[in-house]
Design a protein around this ligand. Structure first.
Ligand code: SF4
Length: 163
């Protein structure tokens, strides 16, 4: 995963090559409301009971280390490339704050140096620190922050949490 390059231009070429645009879109309304995606890590720090991407799931099914963070420069390149190809906001999968200051400062530095100006969708598994949010908002004037509690029932959420 560290060396994978998520390249949307290949997806577009394949959609044309095989005459199958519908088969290459990720969700029904994508044509009207497109969103690109990249990811910062392989595996997760946490162990939610239902999740196939959890720390436990990755360590026991794929590699013995989890999470493994991708190269911030590569993530920044993919954000830039996805926006250039699709002109759509980019969803960054994985909690950038949980990756730690070394990672997120490195990522934001690469993004600034590349002059990337993209609406960014970010997600959080725990409330981010104030320092992180300040750094994010200086890098991206247009961003959203998302949480996914999965259930409105506190008892279910408690049973799911094996952090
Ligand atoms: S925080 Fe998200 S990705 Fe991580 S284990 Fe929980 S549901 Fe899965």
């Amino acid at each position: 995963m560290k060396n994978v390059n998520l390249d949307y231009s290949i997806l577009m070429k394949n959609a044309i090559k095989y005459g199958d645009v519908k088969g290459h879109i990720p969700y029904n309304d994508w044509i009207n409301n497109p969103e690109a995606v990249t990811l910062i890590e392989h595996g997760c720090q946490f162990n939610c009971a239902f999740c196939g991407g959890s720390n436990f799931a990755y360590k026991n099914n794929f590699f013995n280390k989890s999470p493994i963070f991708r190269d911030p420069k590569q993530v920044a390149r993919e954000i830039q490339s996805a926006y250039e190809v699709l002109g759509a906001p980019v969803f960054v999968v994985g909690d950038i704050n949980q990756a730690g200051p070394k990672f997120y400062e490195g990522l934001f530095k690469e993004i600034k140096e590349m002059g990337i100006d993209v609406p960014l969708l970010t997600e959080y598994f725990k409330p981010p620190s104030l320092e992180y949010l300040q750094s994010l908002s200086k890098t991206f004037p247009d961003f959203t922050a998302e949480i996914s509690p999965e259930s409105s029932n506190q008892k279910i959420r408690e049973r799911n949490s094996f952090f």
